[in-house]
Write a protein that binds this ligand. Structure first.
Ligand SMILES: Cc1ncc(COP(=O)(O)O)c(C=O)c1O
Length: 410
């Protein structure tokens, strides 16, 4: 499917890279020319049908797009309420939606004459996807990863190395996603002459949130057409996605932002509890601030610094969120809910055993909320969930938690 723009996407961001009050470029001024070069190169390619055609071709062969929309019949029957459908982004090559923008960045880097991709990663999904895209397009790849995450998702570290990427462990602060992001930004600052920063989510200074949204919008545009075809012309009543930076969410929402009758739900990690430092629910508890070069909503300590965060899903443990998501919160277009670690793990096991699908712990948050929502809504309604990734990376961790005296029994 080639790139199609919605009314929403043509209105935002504005000429200064803002989504309402959020976004912009809050990087050090000397990086202005770097971002201007990127914006100009991307704007030119964005209007070229050939670019999107080439991207579609790469996605079909390397990624396995389009991914299907699938009805979770067993769980829908068990719940007895609204019917739950999933967009199977877990079926992407490398196992998650992240490769949608990684392949885009790799093609963009090639067109710009860059020879290297730099990024941070949390759960490792973005890093593996980027390493794969870099290999396909003959580019070097450098992935920054918190030391805590390196230990937790060892298989993804091996995969990145196997695919030829250099993994840079970052041991500072909490040694997770935020620190990895700081370190990757620093590396880009030093290497921008020959490298492109393939940011891990729809975050960062303009034009990164726009580029990631555009590359991820394939999810929503495909899902909309597939849903209309499955239902004979009816849109979903609800679209649900988990949120860290917001790339899978804005991707699936992109197909429905111009349809006010479709409710958009953002699901955030409540972690161990809603207490400060125990969760990563930025849209729920955050306030306006600046993080990673953009004005957005940020979980902050009293002194304004980014707060400590926690989630059983490494890919959700981030104290910020993309500026477009912040705008959607502000405008009231989004419903925002939370799911705890425990509910996510219970859902992980339930979806595996009831449907034969092992969802990522990140995606299990979205699925857990969708199951709750389905119970409150009539069988005539339909819920579409972005099943953002597969859970192979989480299996050992979940089984150890279940068997090792945690409160969960599967
Ligand atoms: C499978 C999966 N889903 C969701 C996320 C959250 O990121 P985002 O909010 O950018 O979609 C991640 C991040 O690593 C992930 O790996």
């Amino acid at each position: 499917m080639s790139h199609s723009t919605s009314t929403h996407a043509s209105r935002f961001p504005d000429a200064n890279g803002y989504y309402g009050d959020f976004g912009g470029n809050h990087w050090p001024p000397h990086l202005g020319p770097v971002l201007e070069e990127l914006t100009a190169a991307y704007e030119e390619l964005r209007s070229s049908p050939d670019f999107w055609h080439e991207l579609d071709k790469a996605r079909a062969g390397l990624q396995g797009r389009p991914t299907p929309v699938h009805h979770l019949e067993n769980i829908s029957d068990q719940v007895g309420g609204a019917r739950i459908h999933v967009k199977r982004e877990d079926l992407n090559h490398t196992g998650a939606h992240k490769i949608n923008h990684c392949v885009g960045f790799a093609l963009l880097a090639r067109k710009m004459g860059k020879r290297k991709l730099i990024a941070e990663t949390g759960a490792g999904q973005h890093g593996v996807a980027l390493a794969s895209a870099a290999a396909r397009f003959g580019l070097e790849c450098e992935v920054h990863m918190g030391a805590v995450d390196v230990d937790k998702v060892n298989t993804n570290v091996s995969l990145m190395r196997l695919l030829g990427a250099r993994v840079v462990p970052v041991a500072s602060g909490q040694s997770t996603l935020k620190e990895a992001g700081d370190s990757a930004l620093q590396a880009y600052t030093e290497q921008h002459a020959h490298a492109l920063y393939a940011i891990g989510s729809a975050i960062g200074p303009h034009p990164f949130p726009m580029i990631v949204r555009d590359f991820q919008s394939v999810v929503g545009h495909e899902a909309r057409a597939q849903f209309l075809s499955i239902t004979g012309g009816t849109l979903p009543d609800h679209v649900v996605a988990c949120v860290a930076g917001g790339s899978n969410a804005i991707g699936v929402y992109s197909g429905f932002l111009d349809d006010p009758e479709v409710a958009l739900h953002a699901v955030e990690p409540l972690g161990r509890s809603g207490q400060p430092g125990q969760h990563a629910a930025t849209l729920t508890f955050g306030r306006p601030g600046i993080l990673h070069g953009a004005r957005s909503v940020v979980l902050q300590e009293d002194d304004g610094g980014p707060a400590s965060v926690m989630s059983i899903a490494s890919g959700l443990a981030y104290p910020g969120v993309g500026p477009e998501m912040a705008m959607l919160r502000e405008s009231g277009r989004l419903s925002i809910d939370t799911v705890s670690d425990e509910e996510a793990v219970t859902t992980f096991l339930r979806v595996a055993r009831s449907e034969g699908i092992i969802p990522a712990l990140e995606s299990s948050h979205a699925l857990a909320f969708a199951i709750r929502l389905a119970g409150d809504r009539p069988p005539t309604e339909r819920i579409l969930v972005n099943l953002s990734g597969r859970g192979d990376k989480d299996v050992d961790f979940v089984l150890a938690r279940r068997d090792g005296g945690g409160p969960l029994r599967g």
